[in-house]
Design a protein around this ligand. Structure first.
Ligand SMILES: *[C@@H]1O[C@H](CO)[C@@H](O)[C@H](O)[C@H]1NC(C)=O
Ligand SMILES: [Zn+2]
Ligand SMILES: [Zn+2]
Length: 445
């Protein structure tokens, strides 16, 4: 026993020196074993590192196109792993590459932005920025994609192509994905996988569906103008509050009376502002809201009818109205549609990782995702959910709630799942050696 210790100790030291010198650490799992990759990501050092990254980002939430510290943190972690990247794309975006540098190219995406809301959870790593919070879980997404990067880097010599890691700004309404595409961040990519951590899905479960998964979405704001005056003399005024009230009631009939009941759509008024005194009729009222649909025709029909109904219904009460769809600041999001051929692929890889009983179908959601934009630039796109609900830990507040929390036990699942998807995709789409020789490296990245 005494004689066995020194060689082991030396071997351990040698590994530590190699690791410190930037050599790959010894990968304990085969790249083609998704369950092994999950075990790797669950190792205490690995998972603890992701938790640390996530908490640092959580403490310093940054809104869309302002993710400067988050972006710097991503680049520091990539530097530490020896992974090359380019930046900035779309102000704060980072695009890193792992693998051969040649085709095929598969991308993994994380969004980095926080929300303009106040965190109500009291805990050690709560948001240190008043009025800003990672209330959707994008802090976890960044940590998970860095986890995927680490797994892939440990296996970089086994990759049959290139994995492109896309850290994008401004998912929450800002259309960061669109700006990333315009900046050339995803040229020549064959397929992209996106994930969202999900409060309502059990931990250990991965869920999605073929076809539509998230709705297309748009916003609108309308100013309805009348003539203000004394509340006791309504006949000397043109009351925009009454007009706006009728407008809102009429807007509710677009979905209930004009839309196909089997074609899911939503119109919601979330903003109603006007007046300030009990005895004054104001000059104007501002209303605003969002509309959602899965089909392009339904979306365009809603848009047209929202404008018509607001203007026409306002005129019934002698008011005028202007409608603004706000697309400068909030581009219309197309629906997120999963490529059918990638669904079987997802089910296979995910089943190997978590077992087929933990791979579930997900109903489409009326929420929107700017991941949808990637379909305009990339032939195959796939979006899925990583569960984090653990009933033994008690109730889980929903996304965008001031009480939202992340179950950090879910981080290894997202990290390993995305790494496994990318590795398997390259394996299945690898190019014959002859074409690889001729293939150009991914210069534009
Ligand atoms: C759920 O939470 C319990 C208590 O914290 C923990 O022991 C268990 O491992 C968790 N399950 C998963 C799958 O993380
Ligand atoms: Zn969100
Ligand atoms: Zn989100």
């Amino acid at each position: 026993m005494g004689t066995a210790a020194p060689p082991l100790l030396l071997a351990g030291l040698a590994l530590a020196v190699l690791a410190a010198a930037g050599w790959p650490s010894v990968a304990t799992a085969a790249l083609e074993d998704p369950a092994g990759l999950l075990r790797r990501a669950k190792e205490p050092d690995f998972a603890g590192w992701m938790v640390g990254v996530r908490r640092r980002i959580h403490e310093n939430p940054e809104l869309g196109y302002e993710e400067f510290e988050t972006s710097a943190l991503v680049r520091r972690e990539l530097d530490a792993m020896g992974i090359p990247y380019k930046h900035p794309f779309a102000v704060t975006g980072v695009v890193a590459t792992v693998g051969t540098g040649g085709p095929p190219f598969v991308a993994l995406r994380a969004d980095m932005d926080a929300l303009p809301m106040q965190e109500s959870v009291e805990w050690e790593h709560r948001s240190k920025v008043p009025g800003k919070m990672h209330g959707c879980g994008h802090d976890a997404h960044v940590a998970m994609l860095l986890g995927s990067a680490k797994i892939l880097q440990e296996h970089r010599d086994e990759l049959k192509g290139t994995v492109v890691l896309v850290f994008q700004p401004a998912e929450e309404g800002g259309g960061g994905a669109q700006k990333m595409i315009e900046a050339g961040a995803v040229e020549n990519i064959d397929a992209i996988f996106g994930i969202h951590i999900a409060d309502s899905i059990p931990i250990g479960v991965l869920a999605s569906r073929p076809g539509p998964i998230m709705a297309g979405s748009g916003f609108f704001e309308a100013v309805i103008s009348g003539k203000g005056g004394h509340a006791a003399l309504p006949h000397h005024t043109i009351d925009p509050i009454l007009a706006a009230s009728n407008v809102i009631v009429s807007l509710q009939q677009l979905v209930s009376r004009e839309a196909d009941p089997l074609d899911s759509q939503v119109v919601t008024i979330g903003k109603f502002q006007g007046g300030g005194a009990f005895n004054v009729i104001p000059d104007s009222v501002t209303i605003g809201g969002t509309f959602r649909a899965f089909l392009k025709e339904s979306f365009n029909q809603l848009k047209q009818r929202i404008e018509e109904v607001i203007v026409s219904q306002a005129s019934v009460q002698r008011c005028t109205a202007t409608v603004d769809f706000l697309t400068k600041d909030r581009p219309f999001f197309p629906p997120t549609i999963n490529s059918p051929e990638l669904h079987d692929f997802f089910v296979n890889v995910a089943s190997e990782m978590v077992g087929s009983k933990n791979v579930r179908d997900r109903q489409p959601l009326m929420g929107a995702e700017d991941f949808a934009f990637y379909a305009e630039a990339i032939p195959s796109t796939y979006y899925y959910f990583v569960g984090m609900y653990n009933e033994t830990r008690g109730p889980q507040a929903p996304h965008h709630s001031p009480y939202f929390t992340i179950n950090e036990d879910a981080l290894p699942y997202g990290a390993a799942a995305q790494a496994a998807m990318a590795a398997r995709y390259l394996h299945e789409h690898q190019q014959p050696a002859s074409t690889l020789d001729k293939a150009k490296t991914h210069d534009e990245l």
